[in-house]
Design a protein around this ligand. Sequence first.
Ligand SMILES: Nc1ncnc2c1ncn2[C@@H]1O[C@H](COP(=O)(O)OP(=O)(O)OP(=O)(O)O)[C@@H](O)[C@H]1O
Ligand code: SF4
Ligand SMILES: [Mg+2]
Length: 343
Amino acid sequence: MSQPVAPILSVNHLRVGFRKRGVETTAVHDVSLTVDRGEIVGLVGESGSGKSLTCRAALRLMPRGGRVTAGSVHVDGRDVLDMSNGELRALRAHTIGMIFQDPFTSLNPTLRIGRQLVETLRVNAGIADHAAHDRAVELLGQVEIPDPAARLRVYPHELSGGMRQRVMLALAIAANPRLLIADEPTTALDVSTQAQVLALIKRLREESGMSVLLVSHDFGVISAMCDRVVVMYGGFVVESGTIAQVYSAPRHPYTRALLDAVPDLTIPQPGYRRPTIQGPPLGTVAYQGGCPFEPRCRFARPECRHVDMSLPGRDDAHLSACPFVDASHVADIAAAVPTGGRQ
Ligand SMILES: Nc1ncnc2c1ncn2[C@@H]1O[C@H](COP(=O)(O)OP(=O)(O)OP(=O)(O)O)[C@@H](O)[C@H]1O
Ligand code: SF4
Ligand SMILES: [Mg+2]
């Protein structure tokens, strides 16, 4: 009997903490997720929920003061937290391509685009200089940059935001990674450029079979792009499932509130106000244990302060960290009162 193939990314009960001036804080409390081969998995949640730190853990690239304090991360079946520096370099060079949230952290403003691409191809893909130049032209063509040979000679600041994002994508896929982690790859772009860059990621996935972990705070983007979605809140996974499961019958009140916050363009103006999630935003209330959404949840009850938030990464089920509310409750009450939060 053939062995089951390990997921390309498997994060289990990840916890990330910071130590600053002798004080320890926890930023990611308990995150489990998997990305299978060829899959696009969306990671969604509002600002501060821990999406970027979870992505960075896959590459063991923590910001200063941050470290993984519990849990495990496996890429292609191998333990990332146990890798030597050489193994980590190889992982970052060959197996995972990452687009960081801020394009300026990945592009060197003082180097021409061509130089950056050739260097990446030389170091990460082991391609000799002359061949790397041709491959760089080919890559810019692949990410649909017009006149690619001429663009190799420009500096990042000479490109529009959309073109810079395409260059980032070209750098990320230069060594044909098996997993692309794209952290908010289109947030700074206008709607039509955003759609073009997302379509490009989808096309590259179809052509190469690479897997994608796509981070966004926008459920509209996630539902258009992904096979499955993982919803985060306050450093925890609160719900996960296929797009169809989570979109048509969300089981967690926070997911419901997020879906309500997607603008409904079918509702005629004026008079329509886009619902927002009420209650204190993330980070303004210290985490006290139990369900982190409790200060904002309309269904909250005393037992919520003792809920066990540890969800498994995947068992092909539709998972929710809320034991008190099922999809029918969420739908009924959301229909009666169209915004999240206690009234
Ligand atoms: N360098 C840091 N130092 C201290 N705490 C940090 C640092 N980076 C992140 N954090 C903490 O971790 C939390 C989660 O950060 P993270 O960047 O993963 O959020 P995010 O979900 O990616 O948010 P956004 O949508 O704004 O990008 C933050 O709210 C913050 O409390
Ligand atoms: S009902 Fe309780 S456990 Fe469920 S989401 Fe609301 S606060 Fe959290
Ligand atoms: Mg982020």
